[in-house]
Design a protein around this ligand. Structure first.
Ligand SMILES: *Cc1c(COP(=O)(O)O)cnc(C)c1O
Length: 462
């Protein structure tokens, strides 16, 4: 059985069940496996051409062994990915020799968050089966996590879900996907503040041990390792569709560093990857970090790619833990600096390690629009604004990225119709999944960015 520990080193080791149901470790750290499983070149070659669910089973099995029997894991995977629009689940599209797009937006809410959250929803159900336990699931969202979590958890008997989102953050369609849902156990909470404010409130709730126990808290944010594990799969899937022996680069539009961290985890599990390109919008804290070795938060800016309007990338802590040689005490010092002074710096040797694996760049709104226009003209293909940030950064960094380069398409363009129309003159057609959404009544609660007020609301409404 695999054991998991916290990046902060002050929480007891646990198994995958403990990880899933706790979300954040009780010491405020993030869970990681004591050791990543290793897939040999032969294991990886055996994935070639296999169906998505098959690859998912092979990749996820080592994490769940001894807790979830193989047959049950297989059923959970088949049910989760049966809910997608296309047989390949995350189809890989080739545009030319060096430019591929991995479409991650064919799930119920049309963003890549569905891939992990559909799995997490069914896994929560499975792990709670036969217990009287009721979970309170909380999450902060910049737009897509909220709707994907709601779609995955609506109507589930053992779960109450509360989603905090910045009141001015999400696009209208993103907001409506959260507020137009008709299920008594899911609640949208509009917070007067930024995504970072929402995420801080979620983390502060976890830091309150009495509250954590009283409510049986867990989270759907990518601080929950279960999400990362489910996302490792599509890196293996993408590689399984490339010509043999290609070690691709992946360009990943990044906010909370979850999706790209899953790529890093895939490398730790043995997947050959030449480089991971971290793509940010004008909230370029990560670009500056990779240039300078100094992480320094600033105010959040609103952009055309709202799901990446984040300054504090939670999952970066998982990478930092490795850069620190898995020294939890050292990591705690850096995280303290970030909390109290809004900054920390790493050493030149640590930066060298990071730069061997990652390249980083950013794109502003004007470049995002130009990239959407350009790709439409060249390939008759509509990018959503987040994906466009990734494509632009991949182009800017081309000299550092050995071919082939796979850009992750994180949302369907129809989720951002105004931006896509502004760039191309084309309004993406509304997929059937979104039919009627503009006409439904909305249900939300507007709250100040104050933990106590929000906790009170949760207690009254769960
Ligand atoms: C959440 C999201 C991102 C950022 O992903 P992280 O895992 O937070 O880095 C990028 N694009 C879209 C469309 C998203 O919903």
């Amino acid at each position: 059985m695999m054991t998991f520990h916290s990046t902060r080193g002050l929480a007891p080791e646990t198994d995958i069940r403990g990880v899933a149901l706790a979300g954040l470790a009780p010491d405020g750290g993030l869970y990681l496996p004591a050791a990543w499983p290793h897939f040999s070149p032969a294991d990886i070659a055996a994935m070639r051409g296999k169906p998505y669910a098959d690859i998912a089973f092979r990749v996820l099995r080592p994490f769940f062994q001894g807790i979830v029997p193989d047959a049950d894991l297989r059923t959970i995977i088949d049910t989760s990915y049966g809910a997608f629009d296309v047989a390949d689940v995350t189809p890989l599209r080739q545009f030319d020799d060096s430019f591929y797009i991995l479409e991650l937006f064919h799930g119920p809410t049309l963003a890549f968050k569905d891939i992990a959250l559909q799995f997490l929803g069914h896994m929560f159900d499975y792990l709670l089966r036969g217990t009287e336990k009721k979970l309170t699931v909380i999450g902060a969202t910049s737009g897509d996590t909220g709707s994907a979590a709601m779609a995955a958890l609506a109507g589930r008997a053992h779960i109450d879900l509360f989603i905090l989102y910045p009141d001015k953050g999400p696009s209208e369609i993103q907001r409506r996907q959260m507020t137009c849902l008709d299920a008594a156990n899911v609640h949208a909470v509009a917070v007067r503040g930024s995504f970072d404010d929402c995420q801080t409130i979620v983390k502060d709730m976890f830091a309150d041990a009495a509250l954590r126990d009283e409510l049986n808290l867990t989270t759907v944010n990518s601080i929950n390792l279960l999400r990362i594990l489910a996302q490792i799969v599509y890196y293996f899937f993408a590689a399984s569709r490339l010509p043999e022996n290609a070690a691709p680069c992946f360009a990943v539009p990044t906010g909370n560093f979850g999706d790209i961290y899953a790529g890093y985890a895939a490398m730790q599990c043995g997947l050959p990857v030449a480089k991971l390109a971290v793509a940010s919008n004008s909230n370029d804290i990560l670009t500056r970090f990779f240039a300078s070795g100094r992480m320094e938060t600033g105010p959040v800016q609103g952009t055309l790619s709202p799901s990446m309007d984040i300054q504090v990338s939670s999952n970066f802590e998982r990478l930092l833990f490795d850069l620190c040689g898995r020294d939890a005490a050292h990591l705690r010092g850096l995280m303290d600096n970030l909390k109290t002074r809004g900054a920390f710096a790493v050493t030149a040797a640590q930066m060298e390690k990071a730069r061997a694996l990652f390249a980083a760049g950013c794109a502003g709104d004007a470049q995002t629009l130009a990239t959407i226009a350009d790709v439409y003209k060249a390939y008759d293909y509509l990018l959503d604004p987040h994906t466009a940030v990734g494509v632009k950064v991949a182009r800017d960094l081309a000299s550092q990225l050995p071919q082939p380069v796979i850009c992750l398409a994180t949302a369907h363009p129809a989720k951002f119709p105004e931006t896509v129309a502004r760039a191309t003159g084309q309004t993406p057609s509304m997929p059937p999944r979104l039919a009627g959404i503009m006409d439904k009544p909305e249900r939300t609660a507007l709250m100040p960015a104050n933990k106590d007020v929000i906790v009170d609301y949760i207690k009254r409404n769960k």
